[in-house]
Design a protein around this ligand. Structure first.
Ligand SMILES: Cc1ncc(COP(=O)(O)O)c(C=O)c1O
Length: 378
């Protein structure tokens, strides 16, 4: 049995995170729309991503939902979403009565392919959701150009990409709106669940704040009174979550550097393994390596990725098949089954995410790399 049968798990909260949560509890200011800890967290997030406004919400899925709602997505509309992503990128389109239109991804970055988007645009297209998958920056220059030419706004889904940069700038400020997830596994967490919508547009920010809290807001000419301007949701973050988020956010750079260090170590140890393609970092970008994803190139005598994953798991290395079911092939989106998205369909049989989180030390990573090498090229 391996000495690394039980690799450390993620997340690992620091004492600071826990003390911040306790202090928020002791404050007896736990929730509500004007909560100052939530506002402090929003200011830190906005400043960190170089945007004007951050609106904290209860999950990343709620963030996508509110971003789409702020763009007035509704029945009869189409929203283009990559098929190679987590379902939370797409399900909110359906909540609003609109239709997700699944697009293909590029073979190297696994992010939304601008050419695929271009081919799917119609007069009903209301938004494009560009996902920075695994922490790799999507090609926002090309995607924004496609959106701008068609007059269609672009939402960045940066659930996996706090810490990702492009052209020296953090992601989140390239699209009209951007969605953050603070789920426990993400680059940073607000204590299990959480999210935020980022924007430079003050009109969207005001609407997002209102939608997050039942659609309620001040009444013009009636100081001190509020009412519901429209039907909204309760998607607020609590002060305890915001306090943990703030403490974690202070360590964002350190955590991203640890992920990048671990990715570099794995790449060094896996270089030259026959049949294994290592993750790419597009020129001019910084990959946050929320996931370190390798491609098993099909070849004679080489086991397929699913078999390699099973072997690795049996040896105590918790690898994941990376989206073995593209969204358009899942029962939830049964009406899209006939669509052909060849790159994502092929990748769904070939990608593996290896353990690489900041809780792992070099010994763990070397062990992971040795086991992968042994399983891929036995
Ligand atoms: C790409 C992507 N979008 C959206 C979400 C939804 O975020 P949450 O789990 O916080 O609702 C996730 C979370 O896993 C994600 O990875």
């Amino acid at each position: 049995m391996s000495a690394f049968q039980d690799l450390p798990r993620w997340p690992q909260l620091a004492d600071n995170d826990i003390e911040a949560a306790v202090a928020a509890l002791r404050s007896n200011r736990l929730a509500g729309s004007g909560n100052s800890t939530v506002q402090d967290f929003e200011s830190a997030l906005a400043a960190g991503q170089g945007v004007e406004h951050a609106v904290a919400v209860s999950t990343g899925t709620a963030a996508v939902h509110l971003a789409l709602h702020a763009l007035d997505v509704g029945p009869g509309d189409e929203v283009i979403v990559p098929t190679h992503t987590f379902i939370g990128s797409a399900s909110p389109v359906t909540y609003l009565g609109a239709r997700p239109v699944f697009a293909d991804v590029t073979p190297d970055t696994h992010c939304l392919d601008p050419d695929s988007v271009k081919a799917l645009l119609t007069e009903r297209t209301k938004a494009i959701v560009a996902v920075h998958i695994n922490g790799c920056a999507a090609d926002m220059e090309a995607l924004s150009a496609v959106g701008a030419a068609a007059g269609v706004p672009v939402i960045e889904d940066m659930a996996q990409a706090l810490g990702t940069r492009s052209g020296g700038r953090p992601v989140g400020g390239f699209g009209d709106l951007a969605c953050v997830s603070l789920f426990e596994q993400k680059v940073i967490t607000s204590g299990g669940e959480g999210g935020a919508v980022l924007t430079n547009n003050p009109g969207y920010a005001e609407r997002l704040r209102r939608l997050r809290s039942h659609g309620e807001g001040p009444i013009k000419g009636r100081p001190g009174l509020i009412w519901a301007h429209e039907v909204g949701y309760n998607y607020r973050l609590t002060s305890v979550q915001a306090a943990i988020g703030l403490a974690q956010h202070a360590r964002l750079q350190e955590l991203v550097e640890a992920r990048r260090h671990n990715a570099a170590r794995l790449s060094e140890r896996l270089a030259g393994v026959d049949g294994l393609e290592l993750p790419v970092e597009p020129a001019g970008t910084t990959h946050a390596f929320w996931k370190y994803v390798v491609r098993v190139v099909p070849g004679e005598g080489r086991p397929p990725a699913a078999e390699i994953a099973a072997t690795l798991r049996s040896r105590g290395v918790p690898v994941l098949l990376r989206y073995p079911f593209p969204l358009h092939k899942q029962p939830a989106f049964a009406e899209h089954q006939g669509v052909s998205l060849p790159v994502a369909e092929r990748l769904s049989q070939e990608l593996l995410a290896l353990p690489s989180h900041p809780g792992l030390v070099e010994g763990h990573l070397d062990h992971v790399a040795d086991e992968v090498r042994r399983a891929v090229a036995p």
